[in-house]
Design a protein around this ligand. Structure first.
Ligand code: GLU
Length: 457
């Protein structure tokens, strides 16, 4: 049998990192079994669904590269089918028309709260229908016995049917509820595995009754614990960004995000490095290895993975990210310098946007360290800088010769490299925390380096 999974977001806000992780698990499970991973936009709540939210879902999934195997399904396009099933349930006696007014319902609610039992409408067993047009259709939940779900993550869990409420499946305006639409769509899309947040676990016990009544094949379930912050409480904005796409803006790569979110609640059976290759997860993913306790979102771990990913991806890719992000238009020399220095620069940052601080000294041919607090250091050491400038002028422009030249200067003057290196680095970059000095001199090139070293500060 071919496995089919789905990611079914409601387009009511941005794509939360928890949602993105659900999508990733669905994607991985389907790919692992050569199955299908489908995306269904649950947009039946017209008051809360927006086009921007739909776009945010697409943007997020595109960024991560986990797009639907087939055309995306919009739940709102399938309403007729949901309504038909509501009537089928009604005709077969598994549902009933409930004519309770809102006041009557309120009274029942108060009673139900007092006795701790779910609301049971008097219309449930009332054979005669009202003439009124205003009614909802409720599911006639079984009263006796228990419902058991064997969930891949939550284990085997049973609930007494008496606690299940006669949920509404068709509203008084004749629109279906999420509880019905979702089940009908899953059935029609041939979903074999429902992998979603455990905030829906309670819903599963109610939704499965529709499946039982209609004798549909039951899907398998995996309800994943929600993501927590490092303090152990449910992840919220106070822990940092929860919107997936914000991480793109902050300079994280999609590779790192995929790798990190995959590990957030799933343990690979192999002992792996944390900058886990997503391709590998496709080969190894299993629902059994989803952790039962909530995963903690740890930005430090993500930083670490992002830094490793940045150092692995092609320089051309990082260059493209930078130029697009910062709207850089570079000539051929500037481009060459930036590309040549990117690998060195990446060793020192977690997110690529932090390279921005280095653009000026790399890109600007005429850059001179004039405006920082470091100028004073240059003024005090102008002789040393100029001496080195003089020596480099005679030097063959290879990394070996530059290295040799610097070392010889230090030796001849009986100095230590740490007395000279930082000063030269400031003269060339304006900063103390710049990459390897020889690489800087070599990649900036003879003209630029000598200009900056032979200057009177
Ligand atoms: N639309 C629901 C949500 O965004 C998910 C429903 C489901 O996965 O069954 O929470």
């Amino acid at each position: 049998m071919k496995f089919v999974t789905r990611f079914a977001p409601s387009p009511t806000g941005y794509l939360h990192i928890g949602g993105a992780r659900t999508a990733i698990f669905n994607y991985l499970f389907a790919k692992r079994h050569n199955g299908k991973y489908l995306v269904r936009i649950e947009d039946t709540d017209t008051k809360r669904s927006t086009n921007e939210a739909v776009k945010a879902i697409y943007d997020g999934l595109n960024w991560l590269g986990i797009n639907s195997s087939e055309k995306v399904i919009y739940q709102s396009k399938n309403l007729e089918s949901h309504v038909k099933v509501a009537h089928e349930l009604l005709d077969k006696g598994f549902a009933y028309k409930c004519f309770l007014t809102s006041e009557e319902l309120n009274d029942l609610r108060i009673k139900s709260r007092a006795n701790g039992k779910p609301i049971k409408s008097p219309w449930r067993d009332n054979k005669c229908n009202s003439e009124k047009e205003e009614y909802v259709i409720r599911l006639k939940m079984p009263i006796n016995g228990t419902t058991t779900i064997k969930d891949y993550v939550q284990g085997e869990v049973s609930v007494k049917n008496e606690i299940l409420d006669d949920m509404i499946i068709l509203r008084s305006d004749k629109t279906p509820t999420y509880m019905l639409s979702s089940v009908v769509d899953d059935y029609e899309m041939g979903i074999t595995h429902i992998i979603r947040g455990d905030d829906h676990f309670n819903n599963a016990f109610r939704q499965i009754q529709i499946i039982n009544f209609l004798n549909w094949k039951k899907p398998s379930y995996a309800h994943i614990p929600l993501i927590h912050g490092t303090d152990g409480s449910k992840l919220s904005k106070r822990h940092g960004a929860t919107n997936l796409i914000d991480y793109r803006s902050m300079g994280y790569t999609s590779e790192a995000m995929l790798s990190y979110l995959t590990q957030l609640g799933w343990t690979s059976p192999e002992d792996n490095e944390d900058d886990y290759e997503f391709k590998k997860a496709v080969d190894l993913f299993s629902l059994e290895k989803i952790n039962k306790s909530p995963a903690k979102f740890d930005i430090k771990k993500l930083d670490n993975i992002n830094s490793k990913c940045l150092n692995k991806i092609d320089v051309e890719v990082v260059y493209k990210l930078l130029t697009e992000r910062f709207g850089l238009v570079l000539n051929i020399n500037q481009e060459r310098r930036l590309k040549a220095l990117i690998p060195e620069l990446l060793k020192r940052v977690n997110v690529y946007i932090d390279l921005k601080d280095d653009f000026e000294w790399i890109i600007d041919d005429n850059f001179l360290c004039k405006e920082t607090n470091n100028v004073k250091i240059l003024q005090e050491n102008n002789v040393i800088i100029n001496n080195i400038g003089g020596l480099l002028k005679k030097c063959e422009w290879t990394k070996e010769s530059i290295n040799h030249c610097l070392k010889k200067f230090v030796q001849d003057k009986s100095l230590k490299f740490k007395d000279v290196g930082p000063i030269v680095r400031i003269a060339l970059t304006g900063k103390t925390n710049a990459p390897d000095l020889v690489s800087i001199i070599y990649e900036l090139g003879c003209t630029i380096s000598l200009n900056r070293l032979n200057y009177k500060y």
